[in-house]
Design a protein around this ligand. Structure first.
Ligand SMILES: C[S@@+](CC[C@H](N)C(=O)[O-])C[C@H]1O[C@@H](n2cnc3c(N)ncnc32)[C@H](O)[C@@H]1O
Length: 245
């Protein structure tokens, strides 16, 4: 595992260039992003009209793409990191290199806006929420997941997770974590009534995966950990809501 965070400041986007080879390794540094992408896509219904557009803010290398297959969306991804976008394009994503706080797309163009594991990386997450809601057409769906601004989240997602051999050190800056109630309030201000639930990896699958990782054994696709809902939103949570007319 390359420790990009040892030579770069926490949350420096250049870490994603150093880790570019990890995106599509299912057991690599971004393994959990694959599990989360599956859980996020499960909230996205099949497109209700031909040509429906899904805008994926902070799309990275397009890990959401395989989970949207057959749902009927044009998948447009926006990200700061060119090395990730090159890979997203290979997976069928139409890519835009830019900042999720200033997206060069028209108001109301999107049937769905996704923001997976993005808000906790952006100094001004409120500006991303404003963009996401601006892009949504009335009746459009916002789906996101992020890390909560709690002591438990800082302990689990930074102090503990970054000691595991499979998690990049320095990828998160805990000062950017997002309070779930503040996020709900901000979405409501922009016309989206966000529902929220906690998420965690299923424990038996996670333990089996960790043991295999320690032994250097690849986990078969059907046996990778699943992300499941959990009552507490204190660490990782998912939000979804429809933009009012
Ligand atoms: C943790 S990754 C998540 C990637 C993807 N959503 C996924 O779940 O696989 C965070 C991504 O956000 C991107 N990013 C960070 N700040 C951004 C910003 N202000 N605008 C656009 N992308 C940003 C990074 O380049 C990186 O690809």
């Amino acid at each position: 595992m390359r420790d990009a965070g040892l030579s770069l400041p926490r949350n420096d986007p250049r870490q994603y260039d150093d880790l570019a080879g990890e995106w599509w390794r299912p057991d690599g540094a971004f393994a959990m992003l694959h599990w989360l992408a599956q859980a996020r896509a499960a909230l996205v219904p099949p497109a209700a009209r031909p040509g429906a557009l899904l805008v994926d803010l902070g799309c990275g290398a397009g890990l959401l793409a395989p989970h949207l297959a057959g749902k009927g969306y044009r998948h447009v991804g926006v990200d700061l990191t060119r090395s990730a976008l090159t890979q997203a394009a290979r997976h069928g994503v139409t890519v835009l290199n830019g900042d999720a706080t200033a997206v060069p797309l028209a108001d109301g163009c999107a049937d769905v806006v996704a923001a997976g594991e993005l808000l906790e990386h952006v100094p001004d997450w409120r500006a991303v929420v404003a963009q996401a809601c601006r892009l949504l057409r009335p009746g459009g769906l916002l789906v996101l997941d992020t890390l909560n601004d709690t002591a438990l989240s800082r302990l689990v997602a930074v102090r503990i997770a970054e000691r595991l051999p499979t998690v990049p050190r320095g990828i998160h800056d805990p000062r950017l974590f997002v309070d779930d109630q503040q996020l709900r309030t901000e979405c409501a201000r922009h016309g989206v009534d966000l529902r929220i639930r906690g998420l965690r990896p299923g424990v038996p699958g996670l333990l089996r995966w960790l043991v295999r990782q320690a032994r250097g054994v690849t986990t078969p696709a059907g046996e990778r950990p699943r992300i499941v809902p959990t009552r507490s939103t204190a660490v990782l949570y998912q939000g979804w809501g429809v933009r009012g007319g």
